[in-house]
Ligand binder design. Structure first.
Ligand code: HEM
Length: 409
């Protein structure tokens, strides 16, 4: 039986066991699979590492625009009416050459390892604040709701320049945008999810741009408000979209990694012991958590020409969906991929994508994850699940919704 429609089922995709079993099935039986679902435009689903890497590195042949992530037909229609584009936004991930390169250039230096390294003192202080909070909660907490959702939010908001008192609103908007398929997180407006959320992001960031034009500071908002592209101020849609991608891509993904990373350590006490006894492993542990959790489930590309690809005839203009967690568990590219191994060489993983659009925030994400566990593990005597963890039902960015834990400091 062809199970490819399950890719669009947030319940199947919102649980790691059913999701990875589906990916294994597709990788083995139908690795370039044509998916036709009543609520979505058709697309080809790719689940093999080699194929996903190949598509990702051929950016002029396989375009990011016009279809970047999977959204329901009705919502695509609403976006087209409201914004004039099928994606609604014009973030880096929705652009192609030559515009993509120019706009990526605006913040490229900001996100380079050396610049990110300079933030490590600030990130360490935020990590300490959240580990202190965990300690103050007295031995039991919902790690996701009380710690891992909030820590990356504070990091990215402080980098952008959003005030701490605005964070609860940002958290809610991010969850509504990304966790939209989960009934418990969706806003439930008439378009299903999303459109009202985008309008709220627009309103907030438009005001922030005006503020930073008038009062520049040392933050990303000031860079975005005042940068010139080809000697001209950035278009308003580009600018606001830039904020939205930094705020959203920089938050839920890293939250999912920190939450999923702790879950993996609880489930693999040998790896936790190894980390405790060898602090040199924090960075590679962070990379392994990212591979293992692969929170960005997919991105899409559109073909520019007819292709014969892995025996399938794909027409110009058709869409390809790249399932990153499936690539990260492909044993032809990654040895024993289902094993959580904090010493693994992770150069070949695809959780950050690949090619010209490879995650701009990857060094920040690794540093944030590393810093959190560097602060937590030496202080933690023991930890266990207090209840079963629960997953967000999402097909785009996925991770834990709740993880009650019991612990001793
Ligand atoms: C573990 C955490 C993260 C994961 C798994 C992740 C994953 C991804 C993936 C898969 C892509 C698409 C790559 C492609 O199409 O080839 C991407 C793009 C992007 N990410 Fe991340 N990301 C993470 C954290 C961050 C952070 C902290 C930021 C900071 C702002 C960020 C900013 C971006 C941006 C701006 C893009 C668009 C790049 C472009 O299109 O040129 N991400 N990320």
């Amino acid at each position: 039986m062809n199970r490819n429609l399950d890719l669009l089922d947030p319940v199947v995709m919102g649980d790691e066991v059913s999701m990875y079993s589906l990916f294994e099935h597709l990788r083995e039986t139908d690795p370039v699979s044509y998916v036709e679902h009543p609520d979505y435009e058709p697309f080809w689903a790719l689940t093999r590492h080699e194929d996903i890497k190949f598509i990702s590195q051929n950016n002029s042949r396989f375009l990011n625009n016009p279809r970047t992530v999977l959204v329901q037909r009705e919502f695509e229609k609403a976006l087209l009416e409201q914004f004039g584009t099928r994606n609604g936004l014009e973030t880096l991930i929705h652009m192609d050459a030559p515009k993509h390169k120019k706009l990526r250039g605006v913040t490229r230096d900001w996100f380079k390892p050396a610049a990110i390294g300079e933030l490590s003192g600030d990130i360490e202080a935020i990590a300490k604040k959240y580990v202190d909070k965990m300690e103050s909660l007295g031995g039991e907490c919902d790690f996701v709701k009380e710690i891992s959702l909030l820590y990356p939010l504070r990091v990215i908001m402080s980098i952008i320049g959003v005030a701490p008192e605005e964070e609860p609103m940002m958290l809610k908007l991010t969850q509504e945008l990304f966790g939209g398929a989960d009934p418990s997180q969706s806003r439930g407006d008439e378009t299903g999810d999303g459109l009202g959320v985008l309008m709220d992001f627009f309103t907030y960031f438009t005001a922030l741009v005006e503020e930073r034009k008038a009062n520049p500071r040392d933050d990303l908002a000031t860079v975005l408000a005042n940068s010139l592209v080809d000697g001209e101020p950035m278009e308003q849609l580009d600018q606001i979209s830039y904020f939205i991608i930094a705020a959203t891509a920089g938050h839920d993904t890293t939250s999912a990694t920190v939450g999923g990373g702790l879950k993996a350590l609880i489930e693999h006490p040998d790896q936790l012991d190894k980390l405790r006894s060898n602090p040199d492993l924090y960075k590679s542990a962070a990379r392994e958590m990212i591979r293992y959790t692969a929170p960005v489930r997919h991105m899409m590309r559109t073909t520019t020409q007819d292709e014969m690809f892995q025996g399938q005839s794909i027409k110009a203009g058709e869409s390809l969906c790249l399932w990153y967690p499936a690539a990260n568990r492909d044993s032809t590219a990654i040895e024993n991929p289902d094993v959580f191994d904090i010493e693994r060489d992770n150069r070949n993983q695809l959780a950050f994508g690949y090619g010209g659009h490879m995650c701009l925030g990857q060094h920040l994400a690794i540093l944030e994850t590393e810093m959190f566990f560097r602060e937590l593990i030496p202080r933690l005597k023991s930890i266990e699940f207090a209840e079963d963890p629960d997953w967000v039902q999402a097909i785009f960015v996925g991770g834990l919704k709740s993880m009650p834990v019991r612990y001793q400091f």
